[in-house]
Design a protein around this ligand. Structure first.
Ligand code: FMN
Length: 141
């Protein structure tokens, strides 16, 4: 059984390219091995992440991510059983929020992932990925 999980969290310390690069490097190797796919959206001190895959694999990874000291205030926004993946092409796609934020603000002036509905946040992420905002990963073959 496959699930999709979405959470928001707040970075501890600055979101430098070194920190993000190191997270993505671990994530891509581990997720590929575990058949987990998804997207990590990052910027303005926030992380938004979608994880998709077998339920037990996703749950185990989420537990590890919860314990990670590089972020705090991890809040689960959505968790659902799925029959098809939305981000199946990426072990972990990367989207930078800062440059895109004006677009989000324009569309939804009230957009705050901590209070917005999980469905809305998921839709925003899917829109960003569909709009080709992925920064630095080619889809897997
Ligand atoms: C925002 C954020 C997202 C992360 N996403 C993933 C991920 O998708 N896959 C992964 O293996 N690790 C991810 N990590 C790293 C894990 O939290 C953890 O450091 C890594 O799995 C290594 O675990 P270990 O320190 O127990 O060996 C993420 C960390 C943060 C802060």
């Amino acid at each position: 059984m496959q699930v999709r999980l979405l959470y928001v969290s707040s970075a501890v310390g600055p979101q430098t390219t070194t920190v993000t690069g190191s997270i993505l490097k671990t994530a891509r190797a581990f997720n590929k091995a575990q058949d987990i796919t998804g997207v990590l959206c990052q910027g303005q001190g926030l992380f938004l992440q979608v994880l998709e895959g077998q339920r037990s694999a996703v749950n185990r990874l989420y537990a590890r991510i919860l314990a990670d000291q590089r972020h705090k205030d991890v809040e689960l926004l959505a968790y659902e059983e799925i029959s098809a993946r939305r981000f199946g092409a990426w072990a972990m796609a990367h989207v930078q929020l800062s440059s895109l934020d004006p677009m989000i603000q324009m569309k939804h002036p009230e957009f705050d992932p901590y209070t917005a509905s999980g469905n809305l946040v998921m839709k925003e992420l899917a829109d960003l990925v569909a709009a080709g905002q992925i920064l630095d990963e080619l889809p897997q073959e």
